[in-house]
Design a protein around this ligand. Structure first.
Ligand code: AMP
Ligand code: ZN
Length: 463
C-alpha cells in the first residue's frame, strides 16, 4: 500500500497528511487566477500547471474535487501595496481598448492557452466584476466587526486589530513598521490594505460601482475572500497560488476572512515557485515575456512546456532556457512515440506494482519528477506484457496530462512528383517490367522516399 497523501502546507510550514475537511463532499480547491490586463506568460502557467497536477493527483487518489478559479478583472493595482493605478485601466491606455474589452480578450486568451497546455477547466471560473455585491457585503461585515477605517481615498483594513496578522508569511510587523520607507498616505500601518477604493474626485473610471462608502471599486484581495466564500464556504480544503502571493495577497485574504467569520479560509496553503528567466522572476510588468503562442511560433508543441514543468518539483524555482525546453520536447516526443508503438496492444490492465511506485511518489508532496521516472522505467520495458505497459502508461497520463492515448505522428504529405513516380512504378510492376520498376524505385529513393510494395498498391515512407 502506498503511504497516505502528504502535502506541504505553507501555513504551518510543514508536510501534513491530507484529509478532506468533509469526507462526504468534494475537496474544495481555490486557485488564484490571472489578472487579465495582458497575456499570461509561461511563468504564470507554471503555477497553473502545478495546480492542475495537484487537482489530477487528488482525483487519481479517488477524491472528487470542486475547483474554483477567479479572474481578476478589476482592482489589481500596479503595486501590490495599494499604490499606483489599476492594471486594467493602464492596459486600456496601452491598447486603446476599453477595460471591459481588455478583460474579455485576455480572459479568452488565458482559457485558450490553458487548453493548449491540457490544463483542466475549473468547475467555477468567476470574474471579480460579476461579484461586486458579494464583495461589498464582505467589506460591510469586516467594518461591522471593527476591522476597517476610512481614509480620503478608500476603506482600509486595520491589520493592527489582528494579533496573528501576517502569520502565513511569518511577517515581522514591528520590523516592517520600523523599516518602512514608502509614503503611508492616510494608512495607519504599513501593512494595512485597501478593501474599497474611491474613484478619484471629479474623475469617472471605466470600472466603478456605488457602495455604502461611495463610488469606487474593490481592493484586489477582497474578491478572492468573497468568491471563495460564495463557492466553497468559510473554510475549505486547499488554497493555491504562486509564491509571490504569500506575503501580501494570501496574507490579506486570510486577514479578511478571519475578520469576517473567524476561520483562516483554507486548511492547506500551497504555493508554486517561480519560473525564472535569466535567473530573475518572469514578470508581465517587465515586458517582453514568453507566451505559449511564442513557443508555438518557434515550432514547439505547448505540451513540451508542460513536460518541462513536470521535470521540476513545484517547490523549487525553475530557470527557463531554450535548451531545457528542447530536452523536454525530445522527452515528450520519445514518450509519445513509445506509447504510439504499443497502440495495437489494447485490453491490458495497469500493473499494480508500477502504479504503486508512481502513486508513492505523487503522494510524497507531488514528487512528479520521480513519478515521471517511473513512467520511463515502464516505457523502457520494465514490464513483460505490452498491453499492460500501455495500460499502465495511460493510467499515469491521467496525472501527467501529455495526451498519450490520442497522440498520432504527424501525417507526412507526399509530394505530387513522388506520388506520380510511384504510380508509374506500380503500372510497370503490373506489366512485369521489373527493370523499369527498379529504376523508378531508385529515382524515388533519390528524392528522399522509400517505396514499399503492398498487394496491388504501395506505401511511401520518408527515408
Ligand atoms: P497574475 O496574473 O499576476 O495575477 O498571476 C497569476 C498567477 O501566476 C499567480 O498565482 C501568480 O502568483 C503566478 N505567477 C506570477 N509570476 C510567476 C512566475 N514567474 N512563475 C510562476 N508563477 C508566477
Ligand atoms: Zn486570490
Amino acid at each position: 500500500m502506498p503511504p497516505p497523501l502528504t502535502l506541504y502546507d505553507n501555513y504551518t510550514r510543514s508536510l501534513r497528511p491530507f484529509a478532506p475537511l468533509d469526507p462526504g463532499r468534494p475537496v474544495g480547491l481555490y486557485t488564484c487566477g490571472p489578472t487579465v490586463y495582458d497575456y499570461q506568460h509561461i511563468g504564470n502557467f507554471r503555477t497553473f500547471l502545478f495546480e492542475d497536477v495537484l487537482k489530477r493527483v487528488l482525483r487519481f487518489d479517488g477524491y472528487a474535487v470542486r475547483h474554483v478559479m477567479n479572474i481578476t478583472d478589476v482592482g489589481h493595482l500596479t503595486s501590490d501595496a495599494d499604490s499606483g493605478e489599476d492594471k486594467m485601466e493602464k492596459g486600456s491606455r496601452r491598447t486603446g481598448k476599453s477595460a471591459w474589452e481588455i478583460a474579455a480578450t485576455y480572459t479568452d486568451a488565458f482559457v485558450a492557452d490553458a487548453h493548449a497546455l491540457a490544463i483542466l477547466d475549473p468547475d467555477v471560473l468567476c470574474r471579480a466584476t460579476d461579484h461586486i455585491p458579494e464583495q461589498i457585503a464582505f467589506i460591510a461585515d469586516i467594518e461591522k466587526n471593527g476591522f476597517a477605517y476610512r481614509t480620503a481615498d478608500g476603506i482600509y483594513f486595520d491589520t493592527s486589530k489582528q494579533p496573528d496578522y501576517g502569520y502565513l508569511a511569518r511577517l515581522d510587523k514591528q520590523g516592517l513598521e520600523a523599516g518602512i520607507r514608502v509614503d503611508l498616505g492616510d494608512k495607519h500601518h504599513a501593512t494595512d490594505f485597501a478593501l474599497w477604493k474611491f474613484s478619484p474626485p471629479g474623475e469617472q473610471r471605466q470600472m466603478e460601482w456605488d457602495s455604502p462608502w461611495g463610488r469606487g471599486f474593490p481592493g484586489w484581495h477582497i474578491e478572492c475572500s468573497a468568491m471563495a466564500q460564495k463557492y466553497l464556504g468559510d473554510y475549505f480544503d486547499i488554497h493555491c497560488g504562486g509564491e509571490d502571493h504569500i506575503p501580501i495577497h494570501h496574507t490579506n485574504e486570510i486577514a479578511q476572512t478571519e475578520a469576517r467569520v473567524g476561520t483562516r479560509l483554507a486548511n492547506f496553503w500551497m504555493h508554486g515557485y517561480f519560473l525564472l528567466q535569466n535567473d530573475a522572476k518572469m514578470a508581465k510588468s517587465a515586458g517582453g515575456f514568453l507566451r505559449v503562442a511564442l513557443l508555438v511560433e518557434k515550432g514547439y508543441d505547448p505540451l513540451a512546456f508542460r513536460y518541462l514543468c513536470l521535470t521540476t518539483h513545484y517547490r523549487s524555482q525553475l530557470n527557463f532556457t531554450w535548451d531545457a525546453l528542447d530536452a523536454a520536447a525530445t522527452g515528450l516526443q520519445r514518450m509519445r512515440m513509445g506509447v504510439h508503438a504499443l497502440r495495437q496492444h489494447v485490453d491490458g490492465v495497469p500493473d499494480a506494482g508500477a502504479v504503486e511506485r508512481f502513486t508513492t511518489f505523487l503522494r510524497d508532496d507531488l514528487n512528479v519528477p520521480r513519478a515521471l521516472s517511473v513512467a520511463w522505467e515502464v516505457l523502457r520495458g520494465d514490464l513483460p506484457d505490452k498491453a499492460v505497459t500501455r495500460a499502465t502508461l495511460l493510467k499515469f497520463d491521467e496525472v501527467l496530462g501529455l495526451g498519450l492515448a490520442t497522440w498520432q505522428p504527424p501525417v507526412e504529405t507526399v509530394p505530387d512528383d513522388v506520388r506520380l513516380l510511384a504510380d508509374e512504378r506500380l503500372a510497370a510492376r503490373g506489366r512485369k517490367d521489373w527493370a523499369e520498376s527498379d529504376r523508378l524505385r531508385g529515382v524515388i529513393h533519390s528524392l528522399g522516399w522509400d517505396v514499399e510494395d503492398r498487394a496491388g498498391a504501395y506505401a511511401l515512407k520518408r527515408r
